[in-house]
Ligand binder design. Structure first.
Ligand SMILES: [Mg+2]
Length: 206
């Protein structure tokens, strides 16, 4: 039986909205459309704070692994993204804070960064930094690259339905991984005291 000690969350569309972040004078499809570029543009889903608090109350560490290609496009600096993450933790409060944020990005014209999703690099970094074994880690995300990162790291994965339904139900179901409407529903299902603290063994379908 697996005993998860950490949950690694994708950020955009898993924890925060990626829609309706258009700025004054911008139209949908603009190069910055969908990116969170400043702390006041961050809009957490209501499920996030109670989910993180429930995890922390059980001694389970929440992490974020996020890919912000907006950095590579020059729309925001790494320090700017760190400020957004500091703001997220301020909103969550100490009892529901993200333990640590791991960040990667691709830069146009330079090829994919070796740490960028679907690489398992950030997951491996978290496991190394905190002494976690693969069976102690659960990854939660909304995109296929999140799923592929988890599979490449040989850790369990659960789907969180994103706000734009970018991945079809059929595609999610084909992975054999559980699917939840939000991170609180996932937390209650996987980590409720009455539930086993592990999902059924997953068969990778690579
Ligand atoms: Mg996402």
């Amino acid at each position: 039986m697996k005993q998860y000690k950490a949950v690694i969350f994708d950020r955009d569309a898993t924890l925060n909205t990626t829609t309706q972040i258009l700025r004054a004078g911008q139209a949908a499809g603009d190069a910055t459309d969908g990116y969170v570029l400043a702390p006041d543009e961050l809009s957490l889903f209501p499920a996030v704070k109670p989910a993180m608090a429930a995890l922390r109350a059980q001694g389970i560490l929440p992490f974020v692994f996020t890919q912000q290609n907006c950095i590579g496009k020059g729309l925001v600096t790494p320090a700017g993204v760190e400020a957004i993450h500091a703001h997220m933790n301020m909103l969550l409060g100490a009892d529901a804070a993200i333990e640590k944020f791991y960040l990667a990005w691709n830069t146009p014209g330079q090829g994919d960064d070796a740490r960028a999703k679907p690489s398992p690099a950030m997951i491996f970094e978290i496991m190394a930094d905190y002494g976690l074994k693969p069976e102690e880690v659960l990854v939660a995300g909304d995109s296929k690259r999140d799923y592929k990162s988890a599979r490449a790291a040989d850790v369990d994965f659960v789907w969180i339905r994103d706000d734009l339904r970018r991945v079809s139900e059929a595609d999610m179901q084909a992975t054999g991984c559980a699917i939840y409407d939000d991170v609180l529903a996932m937390t209650q299902a996987v980590f409720s005291p009455a539930a086993p603290k592990a999902l059924p063994d997953q068969k990778p379908s690579r």
